[in-house]
Ligand binder design. Structure first.
Ligand code: T46
Length: 136
């Protein structure tokens, strides 16, 4: 089974252009408390390299593209984010990395809670240990 959960969104656009709607608890599987977006990422720069303990997020590449690596401690999968009509779930305890940002990439992230540095696991070995302990 894939560790990647993608969500497809309807484009309600018409001959004027595109429009995508994300409703809380419908297209977005949680109550949104925070929104942020990443853009202007420099060439050769990768971001992420962490998992969250409790935070649930939904990431959408609303412009351009980037490659996302997801890792649940057992398997690792890569996805190319390149459509504003597709979101990827970032649930707790899913290690994520973002690579190969195009210069026009805007990565929109909806989050289930406010920013809390204590919720981050930024060390990969610690992430693996915690995953193992969780399974015991
Ligand atoms: C994630 C991926 C997809 C804040 O002060 N408040 C915030 O809400 C956020 C998101 C960040 N920050 C600060 C923390 C750092 O000093 O902004 C700085 C850059 O954050 P970070 O290095 O964590 O950025 P990324 O791109 O590695 O990770 C971000 C999110 O932090 C993270 O939760 O899942 O995007």
């Amino acid at each position: 089974m894939s560790i990647v959960s993608m969500r497809s969104f309807s484009n309600l656009g018409d001959d004027r252009g595109s429009l995508v709607v994300l409703n809380q608890l419908q297209e977005i599987p949680f109550t949104v408390k925070r929104v942020y977006y990443i853009y202007g990422t420099k060439d050769e720069v990768s971001r992420g390299f962490h998992a969250h303990k409790e935070l649930h997020q939904l990431a959408i590449c609303v412009s351009g593209s980037c490659r996302m690596v997801l890792d649940d401690g057992h398997s690792r999968e890569e996805i190319l984010m390149q459509s504003p009509e597709v979101g990827v779930d970032l649930p707790p305890f899913l290690w994520h990395e973002m690579h190969d940002f195009s210069s026009d990439c805007v990565l929109l992230v909806l989050a289930s809670d406010l920013y809390n540095e204590d919720d981050y696991i930024r060390d990969y070995e610690e992430f693996l240990d915690r995953q193992k302990n969780d399974e015991i």
